[in-house]
Design a protein around this ligand. Structure first.
Ligand code: NAD
Ligand code: COI
Length: 334
């Protein structure tokens, strides 16, 4: 059996080597390149593909894999919104993801973004860089005085709630599916409008679908509290960037912590020397603000997460090739 992996980084190699050593019957090939119609040929002769990228998986690339007889695809990450399920189904391909490689990694990053905004750390850092060791005007706010609205109470949202409760914040939550524990704690509100109305901070932890693209738009923002902080560690396309910028301009939005951005691939993954050189004017606009913190989709990026992503993805791919049905098989019928 041979598995070919795309987008492999140096920091994944030790976990990859460990997996290889534990599976001497499996030949592993890899590249640092992403899966494209051009790089698909590298997988020729393999039985399955393990991959990770934030750019769309092109139909032509999948078609080529299918022509080589590769029907088993395993992504190393949670979100599968960069696949068109029709392509997978047309080529009879099965897909697995890694649903819980480390919800804590993303949840901790989320709460850190909130904390840095509450304590106005970007402004404090500018003062420090100028040798200004005075206090004013960067007076902060405490978690225990905040109501945090958590949208999506899946694996990540629930860890966010637990951490926030440790800080003494009041939590309200919204999800189309009610988790028993969150329900028992009485945290759910009945509508997004209600969550917007009550929350000082709003954090997004839902997958991206066609139906919720730009769910945070002018209308949603108009229903929020004045000075609201918005945090997004889920998917960039959940927020309409124009609406976010307008909200920041008017002061309706007091701050934003963004690990993901609409059209983030125009900027993330490159070294620009300075934010002055960012080629995307909307992202540059956001990056220049002291009440906005942008991180390069690295909420997931911990040693634990990376190890689990490699191990589970390779295990799953092997299982698919062996004709098994792993419990992390993605339902591509919807
Ligand atoms: P999950 O599937 O465990 O939870 C998602 C929750 O959202 C579920 O409870 C579901 O019922 C709910 N939901 C779905 N549609 C909804 C809607 N329209 N309104 C309200 N609730 C809705 O997923 P998770 O592991 O918590 O991950 C959430 C998202 O975080 C992923 O889909 C992915 O996009 C993103 N993510 C980002 C990073 C990062 O590094 N920034 C890493 C991993 C995952
Ligand atoms: C995910 O796992 O869905 C992420 O967003 C992490 C990233 C490496 C794609």
């Amino acid at each position: 059996m041979k598995i070919f992996a795309y987008g492999i980084r140096d920091d994944e190699l030790s976990s990859l080597r460990k997996w290889e050593a534990a599976h001497p019957d499996v030949e592993v090939g890899y590249t640092g390149d992403t899966l494209t119609p051009d790089t698909a040929k590298l997988a020729k002769g393999s039985n399955g593909v393990v991959t990770l990228q934030t750019t769309p998986y092109e139909r032509e690339a999948l078609e080529k894999l299918s022509e080589y007889g590769i029907k088993s695809i395993s992504i190393r990450n949670v979100g599968f919104d960069n696949f068109d399920f029709k392509d997978l189904n047309d080529f009879g391909m099965k897909l697995t993801n890694v649903p819980v490689y480390s919800p804590n990694a993303i949840a901790e990053h989320t709460v850190l973004l909130m904390g840095r905004l509450l304590r106005r750390v970007p402004e404090v850092d500018v003062k420090f860089d100028n040798g200004d060791f005075t206090w004013a005007p960067t007076i902060g706010r405490e978690y225990r005085e905040q109501t945090v609205g958590v949208i999506g109470t899946g694996h990540i949202g629930r860890v966010v709630i637990k951490i926030l409760q440790g800080f003494g914040a009041k939590v309200v939550a919204y999800d189309v599916y009610h988790n028993a524990d969150i329900e028992k704690q009485g945290l759910y509100v009945d509508s997004l409008e209600e969550l917007y109305k009550q929350s000082d901070i709003i954090t997004l932890h839902v997958p991206l679908f066609d139906s919720n693209k730009y769910m945070i738009n002018d209308k949603a923002i108009s229903q929020m509290k004045d000075g609201v902080i918005i945090v997004n560690c889920a998917r960039g396309e959940l927020i309409d960037t124009d609406a976010l910028i307008a909200g920041l301009d008017s002061g309706k939005i007091g701050g934003a912590g963004l690990d993901v951005l609409d059209n983030e691939n125009s900027v993330f993954g490159h070294k620009w020397g300075s934010i002055d050189n960012l080629p995307n004017p909307k992202i540059k606009n956001l990056a220049e603000r002291l009440n906005v913190i942008i991180t390069p989709h690295n909420a997931f990026y911990t040693e634990t997460a990376v190890h689990n992503m490699i191990t589970v993805a390779f295990d799953s791919n092997k299982a698919l090739i062996d004709g098994e049905t792993p419990n992390n098989l993605v339902d591509t019928s919807k």
